[in-house]
Design a protein around this ligand. Structure first.
Ligand code: F6P
Length: 552
């Protein structure tokens, strides 16, 4: 049976193929009120999606797709804690992590449903008590020394979300109660870098792992354990280790005491877990009040997403614009430029949230989608991106939609610098849209006295085609509340897009094969080990690696 989404996607492609169907400037010329009509707000948060080729007919067709895909029903099912992650038989109830204790959010699991918001709130009480004790110096290291540094060990969702939040709230600030170090990669250089200059006696080690089986994290956790035990004795381990996981037996086996163990449930996906005990490092590094404010910001976006009419719903609108670019215009990539150095790791976090969620090719029905799904997300802080890849975005052969993110008020006292930052953000979005025609370049060169030969030679190279789309997300200032709200905006955008693409946004089966193959190759790398049964390239590379290796 043909998925009804197919006709809706065909309609979008047909609208995009209209004459001038991709020309943004034409839409502005035809409608002086366009910017206002294609901007949505939520308090101080502004989403301007007018610099896109979406007109009224396209927007209607996008909402028709949302209707066809059952978005309203999906949204309700998600907040009801139903199994919106059917391949893992789980709910996706990360909203409960930031909801008040009495919000009544449940996660329907086999048997008795969890009172998810109450469970999460109860664990937060334990987390807060722990953070307060560490900050007060009543909970110390084995030697009695106060903890000054927190080393958090985790990877993927157990790293990227906590990292972007910790940096977003503490980068460059003198008032951070603790210094945080992040260790994710199994590469020994990462351990060297993360522990460089740390005093074991003053270092609290968090092992953040939903499964507590991830090779990188377990390997690093044992290396850290040896580092602490080697410096302070085996008896020091219980004082210095904290575990954040769903796998309590594995945590206990590692030697973490129950008082230092903070749990969460399977209805929290890894890439959505920074709001859970996995985010303990955020509270330790930035302070509990900021962690709680971040939760409050995300919860405000949850309620907006749950309650706002679809046409005024920021996650829905951001999702639909993305669907237009991917499925109507055929864009394969999407760029996120946060004009804020404190958000320098936001693209990395959003890569996991978006691409691990929606990097799928099979629908919930188990059939291959007949349409593209998640684009390739990349990004760097603005203005740095202007000096690396923005050239391609302006003059390359591809259309790459860009999200510009900017806070109107900085947390520094250099208004000149902030004005320069903002001017660049606005200018880049304008330049991508309006471009610069060959006629304008020829006239400009002629006015400057260039020879006709030079004009003929140079003009084609200086043309900026324009008509390149972008969204601008603008808000008052980057603080804990607005940071939580921003991340939740993208989380819900991803869920909406997954619904419209008809896929499971909350599983990640694609990461399993690599893990299994790595476990098979690992013993083959031991000196003297027999060759494995791989292709000639893999076998050859392993052999060359072993020939070059000088085992210490
Ligand atoms: O990348 C696969 C993955 O399972 C992610 O979904 C997850 O965030 C990461 O590995 C780490 O998993 P864990 O928190 O269980 O160590």
């Amino acid at each position: 049976m043909t998925d009804p989404r197919s006709a809706a996607f065909a309609r979008l492609r047909q609208l995009a193929s209209r004459p001038d169907g991709k020309r943004i400037t034409k839409l502005f010329a035809a409608d002086p009120a366009r910017a206002a009509r294609f901007t949505a707000t939520m308090d101080d948060l502004v989403l301007d999606f007018s610099k896109s080729s979406i007109d009224g007919a396209a927007l209607d067709a996008l909402f028709d797709l949302a209707h066809t895909a059952g978005l309203d029903d999906f949204r309700q099912r998600m907040f009801a804690g139903e199994m919106v992650n059917p391949t893992e038989h789980r709910a996706a109830m990360h909203m409960a992590l930031r909801a008040p204790a009495d919000a009544g959010l449940r996660a329907q699991l086999a048997g008795k449903p969890d009172d998810a918001s109450a469970m999460a709130a109860a664990e937060r009480i334990r987390m807060r008590a722990f953070v307060d004790a560490v900050h007060a110096g009543t909970k110390t290291g084995a030697t009695g020394a106060r903890f000054t540094h927190v080393l958090t060990i985790g990877i993927g969702g157990s790293d990227l979300g906590p990292l972007v939040a910790t940096e977003g709230l503490t980068l460059g600030r003198a008032d951070a109660p603790m210094q945080a170090r992040f260790l994710s990669n199994v590469d020994g250089h990462a351990f060297q870098h993360a522990t460089f200059g740390l005093d074991p006696a003053r270092t609290l080690v968090l092992v953040a792992s939903k499964t507590f089986t991830t090779l990188e994290t377990v390997t690093n956790a044992h290396a850290a354990r040896a580092w602490i035990a080697g410096a302070l004795g085996e008896a020091a381990v219980p004082h210095h280790f904290v575990a954040l996981s769903t796998n309590l037996p594995a945590v206990a086996a590692f030697g973490v005491i129950p008082e230092h163990t903070f749990g969460f449930r399977d209805w929290v996906g890894g890439r959505y877990s920074l709001w859970s005990p996995v985010g303990l490092v955020i509270a330790l590094a930035a302070g509990w009040d900021k962690f709680q404010a971040m939760l409050d910001g995300a919860w405000s976006m949850d309620r907006h997403f749950r309650d706002a009419p679809l046409r005024q719903n920021l996650p829905v609108l951001l999702a639909l614009v993305g669907i237009w670019h991917v499925n109507a215009l055929g864009c394969d990539t999407h760029c996120v430029l946060a004009y804020d150095d404190r958000l320098r790791r936001l693209p990395a976090h959003l890569q996991q949230v978006e691409m691990e969620s929606n990097g799928k090719r099979v629908t919930l029905a188990g059939t291959e989608t007949g349409w593209d799904t998640c684009p390739i997300l990349f990004g760097e802080p603005g203005t740095n991106a202007q000096h690396s890849f923005i050239q391609l975005v302006h003059q390359g052969t591809r259309t790459i939609p860009v999200d510009f993110i900017l806070a109107a008020n900085p947390d520094h006292d250099r208004p000149d610098a902030h004005r320069a930052l903002a001017a660049n953000a606005f200018a880049q979005a304008e330049a991508l849209m309006v471009g610069k025609s060959e006629a304008a370049i020829r006239a400009e060169m002629a006015a400057k006295g260039a020879s006709q030969a030079d004009i003929d030679a140079m003009a084609p190279h200086r043309v900026a085609p324009g008509e390149r789309p972008s969204n601008t997300i603008l808000f008052d200032r980057l603080d804990a509340f607005s940071l939580g709200r921003l991340i939740a905006l993208y989380e819900h955008k991803v869920a909406v897009q997954g619904c419209l693409w008809g896929i499971d946004s909350f599983d990640q089966w694609g990461v399993e094969l690599g893990k299994v193959l790595a476990n098979g190759i690992l013993p083959e790398l031991t000196p003297g080990a027999a060759q494995g049964a791989h292709d000639s390239s893999t076998n050859g590379l392993i052999a060359r690696f072993k020939a070059l290796r000088r085992e210490s």
